[in-house]
Design a protein around this ligand. Structure first.
Ligand SMILES: Nc1nc2c(ncn2[C@@H]2O[C@H](COP(=O)(O)OP(=O)(O)OP(=O)(O)O)[C@@H](O)[C@H]2O)c(=O)[nH]1
Ligand SMILES: [Mg+2]
Length: 277
């Protein structure tokens, strides 16, 4: 199945984002630490243009720590860019974000107005609103473990100089790279009505069997003979009681079980992407 998801509210949100860029001094682009390449939205790159960017690798608690460090070095080597990590075990504060923005803008300090604006952008469900609440230190924006929770921009004052704007999660009109699209789907970025859970679980099963066989064996007590995705899914259906009418496996429930285990980190901390050499 070809994955594609660009609902009308995203088209509208991208226009609204372009409008506030003129008054924006730095952008905070949130990337999923497990898939920093697939979660880099080309539409956001073009809307941002040359505005300095803090890249935040989010949900770092779910990604491989050493691969995430390599990604941080990769982004820190880019012009006009500074990379920070955020996760349950390493929460960014307003001080971290403001001092990163000040460092990024140190050469143009004299031309900056008294009131400055940071805008949080990124794909859906990547923790933009969570970060806004976290650094404002109060619950302002609605958050939720599903894509497209935020539908409108929301602005909050951080200190006497800095304002922060939360924005709706954005994808782009055509997901040309379907491997990237499947990575987005398996981390929970694409609304579940726009994908088949069984297809996404198959993608995850193939990848885990190839790269993280031991983690699968530990969680599902796999028999050594299991090599193929269909065998893995059959085994999960049996061991987790995902059985439907007539005693046959309920493939949808089986798929959701595997996806939930992966997304919640129960299988381990795994990154799907390495930085380019
Ligand atoms: N593992 C992990 N999950 C997190 C973390 N922060 C947030 N989450 C999860 O990410 C979900 C989505 O967070 P939101 O902040 O609503 O995401 P968003 O980017 O604002 O999403 P949209 O508004 O839909 O674009 C939350 O419900 C949490 O389940 C984190 O540091 N680690
Ligand atoms: Mg949000």
């Amino acid at each position: 199945m070809t994955i594609s998801w660009y609902p009308g509210h995203m088209r509208k949100a991208s226009k609204e984002l372009a409008k506030i860029m003129r008054k924006t001094h730095a952008v905070i682009e949130i990337l999923d630490a497990r898939i920093p390449a697939a979660s880099s939205n080309p539409l956001l790159a073009s809307i941002r243009g040359q505005i300095p960017c803090i890249k935040v690798l989010s949900k770092a608690d779910l990604a491989d720590a050493s691969i995430t460090r390599a990604w941080r070095s990769y982004f820190n080597a880019q012009d006009g860019c500074l990379c920070l990590l955020n996760g349950l075990d390493n929460k960014l504060s307003a001080v971290d974000v403001i001092s990163a923005a000040d460092r990024l803008l140190r050469h143009s300090r004299d031309q900056l107005p008294a009131k400055r604006q940071l805008v949080v952008v990124g794909i859906p469900n990547v923790e933009k609103s969570t970060l806004l609440n976290q650094i404002a230190d109060r619950k302002i924006a609605k958050t939720g473990n599903e894509p497209a929770v935020t539908k409108t921009q929301q602005r909050v004052r951080l200190d006497e100089k800095w304002y922060l704007v939360d924005t709706p999660g954005l994808l782009w009109p055509k997901l040309e790279d379907q491997t990237g699209a499947y990575r987005l789907a398996c981390t929970g970025t694409i609304r579940n009505t726009a994908v088949e859970a069984e297809d996404v679980a198959w993608f995850v099963a193939e990848w885990l069997l190839r790269e993280h066989r031991q983690a699968l064996s530990d969680r599902y007590q796999l028999h050594a003979s299991i090599e193929k995705p269909e065998q893995l899914l059959q085994s999960i259906a049996e061991s987790r009681g995902c059985i439907g009418k007539g005693g046959r496996p309920d493939w949808h429930k089986t798929a959701e079980t595997l996806l939930n285990d992966y997304r919640s980190g129960k299988l381990g901390r795994f990154s799907l992407e390495h930085p380019p050499e």
